[in-house]
Structure formats: structure tokens, C-alpha cells
Design a protein around this ligand. Structure first.
Ligand SMILES: [Zn+2]
Length: 321
């Protein structure tokens, strides 16, 4: 018997207690027509006072921040030529390349941050998600590290980005619980980079222990959860407590099965345990939902540029009636 996420009125809900590793056993695809799926999902949004958004890599990919294809081969041509091999297939794999020096490591990561975090600006799909959420009491839980929710207008205090940020760096050994904004440094590196390398004097060192720095991306046990991370965790826990008593729609966007324990399974658990909660799952290929949820869940297997656009139209249409 697993513990309920919200059980125990007094206890604080932490990121750890929220996580769940239990997949549903009764996944089904929706059988009704797409336009009817949109109508039913819009109804769930309309009925809700609270909207908890859970967003994964699929949302950013749909918004345009794809990790492979032309975005990779156009922006990383020099890196592909210099390093080649199995790592240089896309930006995800390239991040795991065993760069031989700090100059090489920051040569790559400064470029990656430029392409994914600093240069894109706010993307229209994220702005549409904001329009869906803005009239609700919303909260965002995301594994995305590209900062798009902040850019799209969401309140900083209502975002919990659990896995880090492409614009932040930390001590490689996590010797002190702080992160540092590196966007200015990355712009300078981008200007100075030659042959995929940054000059030695630009390589950042930990101000406390002198060790090399690292991207603030969750990849090992040294990932730094700084003060603002813990504040976001606390606010997220408090928000979940409020949801217990309210009509809440969980809007899950582009969360696949790579790390389903952070958003996908906990969302299902919440809906399973709370009759006042419903689930909308938007996903290009994996929008299966537990059959037992009945009309309290809607999975829409479609490109999110289309489904979010149509959902927004349907919700706005209802608003003007
Ligand atoms: Zn250190």
C-alpha cells in the first residue's frame, strides 16, 4: 500500500513525497473524435477554479525547441566536425560528451545555453498556455530547463522548475547550496569562442572551494537545490493542499515515459485519490489515460500547437457566451 500524496493534514508536501513510481494498468486511447476531445477537455478547464500545469520536454519540442534535426546541425556544425562520433547526434546526447578540458566543456555549454535559453525569447505556444491558465489559480510544475514559463508571463512564485536551468551554474561538487546566473558569461563566451573552445580566463571556478563549475542541471547527486528551489518546493506543497478542497484540473503537457515519476504518475495518483480533480493529458504520441478515470480525464494525442490552439479557442468561445 503506497502513501497518499496529500494524506496527513499537518505534514508538509515535499518534492520527494510527491513523486510516484506507480504506472496505471488500464491505459486507453480516446475513441471519440478529435473535436469532441477538445470540447470535453475545454469543459474540464471551464469547470475548474484551480489549474495545475505539469510540463515536460514535449511541450518545448512542440514550441520549437527541438533537440535534434536542423536546429542541431545548423547551430553545432563546428562541434559535429570537431568531435563527431555517437554523441554529436542531437543536443541531448552532446551534453554527455566527455569534453577533455574546461575550455571545451564551456565552449559547448555556452553555445547550448545561447541556443536554448538566451536567444529564443518567449515562444508563442508558451504564451498560449499562459492564456489558458491566467484566469485560474494556477501553478506550474516542470522538468523543462529552458526558462520559457518565466518568459511567457507566469508568476515566478507559481513555477517549480525541479531540474535546473540552462542559465544557471553551480559548484561541480555542490559544496555550497547556491546557483549563479551565467547568462552574461555565456554571451561573452559566445563572442570569444574559437575552434569550439573558450579562453582559459573565462572558465568559471567555484568561489568557495575553487573547483570547476557545472551547469545547474540535475544529472547526479551534486545537483544544487538552492534557496529559490526550496521556496518553490514549499509553495508547490502549499498549493497542493489548497487543491484538495477545490475543483482542480491537472493540465499535463508533453510528459512522456522518460521520467514519468516526476509529473505523469503523481498526476494520475492525485486524480485517482481526489474526486474533485480531473486530468487533461496532451501528448504527441503517448496521451493514454487510465480508463478508470472516465469523464474526469481526457487524453489528446496530437501536435500541441494544434491541440492547445483549439483548446484555447474553445475555452475563449465559452467565455464570451
Ligand atoms: Zn565548491
Amino acid at each position: 500500500m503506497t502513501q497518499h500524496i496529500l494524506c496527513g493534514k499537518k505534514s508538509q508536501i515535499t518534492f520527494q513525497t510527491f513523486l510516484s513510481g506507480t504506472p496505471a494498468r488500464d491505459y486507453v486511447f480516446q475513441q471519440i473524435h478529435y473535436s469532441e476531445q477538445i470540447k470535453q477537455a475545454a469543459k474540464l478547464i471551464k469547470e475548474a477554479d484551480y489549474m495545475l500545469i505539469g510540463a515536460g520536454a514535449g511541450l518545448s519540442a512542440a514550441a520549437g525547441l527541438t533537440m535534434g534535426g536542423a536546429r542541431f546541425t545548423d547551430n553545432f556544425k563546428d562541434f559535429i566536425e570537431k568531435y563527431g562520433g555517437p554523441y554529436m547526434r542531437d543536443m541531448y546526447s552532446a551534453g554527455f560528451y566527455p569534453f577533455p578540458t574546461e575550455e571545451a566543456k564551456w565552449g559547448y555549454w555556452s553555445k547550448s545555453s545561447m541556443v536554448n535559453r538566451i536567444l529564443p525569447g518567449v515562444l508563442p505556444l508558451y504564451q498560449q498556455v499562459y492564456r489558458l491558465a491566467q484566469k485560474k489559480n494556477y501553478f506550474v510544475l516542470t522538468t523543462n530547463v529552458d526558462h520559457q514559463f518565466y518568459l511567457a508571463g507566469f508568476d515566478d512564485k507559481k513555477i517549480f522548475a525541479t531540474q535546473g536551468d540552462y542559465g544557471l551554474i553551480q559548484c561541480r561538487r555542490g559544496c555550497h547550496p547556491k546557483t549563479y546566473d551565467a547568462t552574461k558569461l555565456f554571451r561573452q563566451m559566445d563572442q570569444a569562442r574559437e575552434d569550439c573552445l573558450v579562453p582559459s580566463y573565462m572558465v568559471p571556478k567555484c568561489p568557495v572551494c575553487g573547483e570547476p563549475m557545472e551547469m545547474n542541471l540535475r544529472s547526479d547527486q551534486y545537483f544544487v537545490e538552492d534557496e529559490s528551489w526550496h521556496n518553490a518546493e514549499r509553495r508547490f506543497g502549499e498549493y497542493l493542499r489548497e487543491c484538495e478542497e477545490r475543483k482542480t484540473v491537472l493540465l499535463e503537457l508533453g510528459v512522456g515515459f522518460n521520467t514519468p515519476t516526476i509529473i505523469r504518475f503523481p498526476f494520475e495518483k492525485l486524480v485517482r485519490e481526489h474526486k474533485n480533480m480531473s486530468l487533461i493529458r496532451l501528448n504527441l504520441e503517448e496521451a493514454v489515460i487510465p480508463e478508470a478515470f472516465g469523464v474526469r480525464a481526457m487524453g489528446i494525442n496530437e501536435d500541441m500547437v494544434r491541440s492547445i490552439g483549439d483548446l484555447l479557442k474553445e475555452v475563449m468561445h465559452d467565455d464570451t457566451e
